[in-house]
Design a protein around this ligand. Sequence first.
Ligand code: UDP
Length: 239
Amino acid sequence: MSVELLGFNIDNYSFDEAVVRAKNMIDGHKVSQVVTINPEMIQYAENNADFANIIKEAEMVIPDGIGVKIALKLTGKNANRIPGIDFARRLLCEASKNDIPVAIIGAKEEVISKAVENLQKEISGLNIVYYHNGYFDNDEPIYNELKSKSPKLILVALGSPKQEEFIYKAKKILNPALMIGIGGSLDVWSGNLKRAPKIIQSLGLEWFYRTACQPSRFKRIFPALPLFLLKVINYKDKI
Ligand code: UDP
């Protein structure tokens, strides 16, 4: 089941359905890419054909933030919001239960090493076979390590579009695995960045909380989000 937004197909799964689908892809015969899509990525894709192609070829595209959900509502459609950070965390729990080897790439060295330490404490049996920080000039040694360690679940936290580009390139290089871009999740798991209180998350206002805590994000979201919603409305009127 998928819904269309500005020419992109977005999967409409419940959280649990998405987990089942991801587990099937972990057992699959190729590298599968999960994109957690937000308005900024759609905007970027509109001016970058290669990035648009990455989204179109992704095996799974899930709506991460409230922006995509509002945009879909404006066009009379709906899709369940699946926060990438919660989804990735659940996949780590599934991996630990099923003895699936995991790799994590991204963030600053002190952030990823602390996040890995916390995850291993919090998720018993989690088997992280490789991790590397996200600040490298040459990706070849990273792909080589991933090839030799053959993790089946690979989380990539390089921010967008870097993480999606890194995963897309990996599709032609790595052994079968599920790869997902997880943005700033390692900053949260390391304890460096606080998530919004649960009530704010459930109201879909985490973006507001994050912007209030980190005002530099304001520039990224505004005026991009209102313009994006206007574009969605105009697109709808054209059809
Ligand atoms: N990051 C990285 N390498 C880079 C750029 C960014 O590892 O070259 C990391 C950064 O340290 C952060 C993560 O990517 O941990 C996500 O960054 P951002 O907050 O911009 O992403 P968002 O969650 O907003 O998508």
